[in-house]
Design a protein around this ligand. Sequence first.
Ligand code: NAP
Length: 477
Amino acid sequence: MGVFRAMIARTFSAATSRSLRVCVVGSGPAGFYTAEKMLKAHEEAEVDIIDRLPTPFGLVRSGVAPDHPETKIVINQFSRVAHNERCSFFGNVSLGSSVSLSELRQIYHVVVLAYGAESDRVLGIPGEDLSGVHSAREFVWWYNGHPDLSQLAPDLKNTDTAIVLGQGNVALDVARILLRPPAELATTDIASHALAALKESSIRKVYLVGRRGPVQAACTAKELREILAIKDLYVNIKQDDLQITSADEEEMKNSRIRRRVYDLLSKASSSSQTHPSSGQPELHFTFFRKPDKFLESSDKSGHVAGVKFEKTTLKASAGSGNQIAAGTGQYEDLKCGLVLKSIGYKSIPVDGLPFDHSKGVVPNIRGRVVSSSDVGQPVDGLYVCGWLKRGPTGIIATNLYDAEETVTSISEDIKKKDLTSEFASGREGLLQLLENRKIKVVTFNDWEKIDSEEKRLGSLMGKPREKLTNWKDLLAK
Ligand code: NAP
C-alpha cells in the first residue's frame, strides 16, 4: 500500500492541474509508439500505459521468435519512453476485469486502445478441438514463455510429422522453430521448457500448407530465405505447383514481394535433392490444399492423426484483383501427430466497445473509434491503434505509421475542443481505484527488477535472458 501512496503523491506533484490525462491500453509496439508520439506532440500530456500482463512490450516479448534478437532491440526505445517523467507503466491491470472501459473513459481525457489480438481465427471445421491441434499463437506463446501458456506442453514426442496450416510469416516462424537444430536455439531467450521439449522432439517432417499457390504465399522473402537456409534441410516443392497463369503473372507484376517469394520457391524446388536421406529434417511446401476436417487417431483417444484437405484451384475474385481458392471436390489426407493453425490472430472486444466481429477490428476513422449505435459518429475521447485498429497484419514498424495517424486524429480533436477544461482524475484516479480493488500494480521499476532477474538467470545458462514464465514468479518481484 505504501507504494500506492508514494506513487499518488509523486503524481500530484508532477502533474499540473491542466494536464491532458491519457491512458494507452496495451504496451506492445502500437501502445508504446502511441505513447511516444503523444508525449512529443503534447507537452501537457501525462501518459499512462496499462497492460494485463506484469511485463511490458506485448508482441515483442511474446510474439517475436527467440532467434530474431535484432527485432527485439526496439525494446530499448520503448524503455526510454517508459522512463519519461510524464509516462508511467502499470502492469497486471486488465481492461474489463481490473477496470472497465467506461471507468477508464471517466478517469482519462483520452483513452487509446492498443491491446492487439490475443485470440485466433478459427477454421470452423470438424475436429478442430482434437488434442494435438493448436493455434500457432498458442505455440508461439509457449516457446516465448508467456505466463498464460507456459503449461501448454505440446506433444512433440509421439509423432515425426507436423502440419502447419497457413504460409504467412508466423507459419514460417513455428516451422523454423520445429526444424532448427535445438543447439542453435540454446543461446536465445527461448523458454527453457520449450528448449527441453524441442531437444527431445521426434518431429523432423513439417508440411507448410497453403490454400492458394506459391505466388500467393503470405510470407516475405527474408523469412523464406531464412527457413530455406536451415542446416541440412531437405526441401520439397512440387514442380507442378509452380506452374503459373497469366493472372499469377499479373499479381507478381503488382507486387515485388510476391515475385521474390515465387522466385525463391522456384529456385529451392529446382536445387533440392530428389529424396531426403534417412533422419534428415524435411520441409514440404504444399499448395492448393484447403483444410476440410481434422482426422482423429484410430484408437479414438481424441488425438489428431491427420488432416483431410480439399484440393483447390484459383479463381478471380471480383473487384479485388486477387485470386481466391475454390474447392475442386477432390480430397487428400495427410497424416500427422501435431497441427499448428497459423491462419491469423484475432482481437477480442471488451464491454462497451464498438466491434466489427466479421473483420475482428474496432470500427474507426483514422483511429477515432466510431459508434455502432450512432453509425459513423466518433466516440468522444476514444481511439484505437495497432492490430485492434487495422487487423493482424504488418511488421512492428507498421505501428509507427499507425500511431502517427491516431495521434494526429487526437491532436486535431484537441484543437477543436480543450479537453483539459473537463475534470479527469487521471493517474491518481486509476491508482486509487486499483488500490480499492486490491489489485497489485506492476510498475516499470518492478518490471526492471524482473528484467534484471531474467538476465541474471540467463547469464548462468549462456542465454541473454531466462524468462520468468508464471504469474506467481512475475508478481513476486
Ligand atoms: P498472415 O500473413 O495473414 O498469413 C495468414 C495465412 O493463413 C495465409 O497463408 C492465409 O492464406 C492463411 N489462411 C487464412 N485463413 C485461412 C483459412 N480459412 N484456411 C486456410 N488458410 C487460411 O498472418 P500471420 O502469419 O499470422 O502474420 C501476421 C502478421 O505478422 C503478418 O503481417 C506478418 O508478416 C507479420 N509477422 C512478421 C514477422 C517478421 O517480419 N519476421 C514474423 C511474424 C509475423 P490466404 O493468403 O489464402 O488468405
